[in-house]
Design a protein around this ligand. Structure first.
Ligand SMILES: [Fe+2]
Ligand SMILES: [Fe+2]
Length: 283
């Protein structure tokens, strides 16, 4: 059995207790003796102010794999963010035991001129986010040998909500069709979700800090903080995958305080929890 911890969207720059939250996550990973940790992106702005935090994560004694999130490249070129995170490539594959794990980079935009990595500083009208053609071809080659694979990405590969999930979902589905993909996990949506498409479950990990709400006019913006740093432990076995989540609460404002009585926001569920579930291998 392979066990790993997954968290995302800590947004250190938005919280006052971000380092405590990270400490809680890293301590949990050590207690559970996981094989590795995955950060699903939007960890912190890649500036000197947070360099010690990345040092702490990368030096925690457990292998850590970073995913690029849109806030990691909000104002910075991808090369800068990769160096900051101590990461070699924006997308990559690694193997643990009999399994392959793939980290995609979904922070791309497309215009008539082609496909480009975030940021889109000139705010050129574009289609985004997406997995660019070159990366899809690479993914197809990776999956060709039929090895059991888990895929991580910052943006959802299936969320249909406007500009939340990738814009080229069909192309991605084609790359995965008939391959041995056991699970896809993403962050970015700051809430929970689970969808099956064909034989593949797509699980959205909620945020380790908050979700950001804004009113229809964009005049009021609030961060609604989850009390605990939401994250999950995944146990990967031949016949099933167990995702062990956690229950929490809101630390201040609650969804009903900002007019979200159904706890649905951007296509996901913003109850203060990371959903637990058992995913049986389809017959
Ligand atoms: Fe985020
Ligand atoms: Fe994001």
């Amino acid at each position: 059995m392979i066990r790993f911890l997954v968290f995302g969207d800590l947004h250190l720059e938005d919280c006052t207790d971000g380092e405590d939250r990270l400490e809680t996550i890293l301590n949990h990973a050590k207690e559970e003796q996981v094989d590795f940790i995955v950060s699903l992106g939007d960890l912190c702005f890649p500036t000197e102010r947070y360099a010690h935090v990345v040092e702490k994560i990368n030096g925690c004694g457990i292998p850590v794999h970073h995913t690029i999130g849109n806030h990691d490249v909000q104002e910075w070129e991808i090369g800068h963010s990769l160096r900051f995170l101590g990461k070699e490539k924006p997308y990559e594959a690694f193997e643990v035991g009999e399994y392959r794990f793939i980290i995609l980079d979904t922070c791309y935009w497309q215009s008539e001129a082609g496909e480009f990595h975030f940021p889109n500083k000139q705010r050129i009208p574009s289609r985004y986010p997406l997995v660019p053609r070159e990366q899809l071809e690479w993914l197809g080659k990776q999956l060709a040998d039929g090895k059991e694979t888990v895929i991580f990405s910052h943006m959802s590969l299936v969320n249909p909500f406007a500009r939340r999930g990738i814009a080229n979902k069909e192309a991605l589905q084609q790359a995965l069709a008939g391959k041995n993909v056991r699970l896809c996990m993403n962050g970015h949506d700051h809430g929970s979700d689970l969808k099956w498409v064909g034989n593949v479950p797509y699980y959205t990990v909620s945020s380790a800090s908050q979700f950001c709400w804004w009113d229809a006019k964009g005049e009021r913006v609030e961060n609604l903080f989850y009390k605990d740093p939401l994250h999950v432990i995944v146990e990967l076995e031949k016949d099933e995958i167990r995702i062990k989540g956690m229950e929490s609460d809101f630390a201040g404002l609650r969804p009903e305080d900002v007019g979200i009585p159904d706890y649905r926001w951007n296509g996901v569920d913003v109850h203060p929890c990371a959903m637990s579930c058992v995913l049986k291998r389809p017959e």
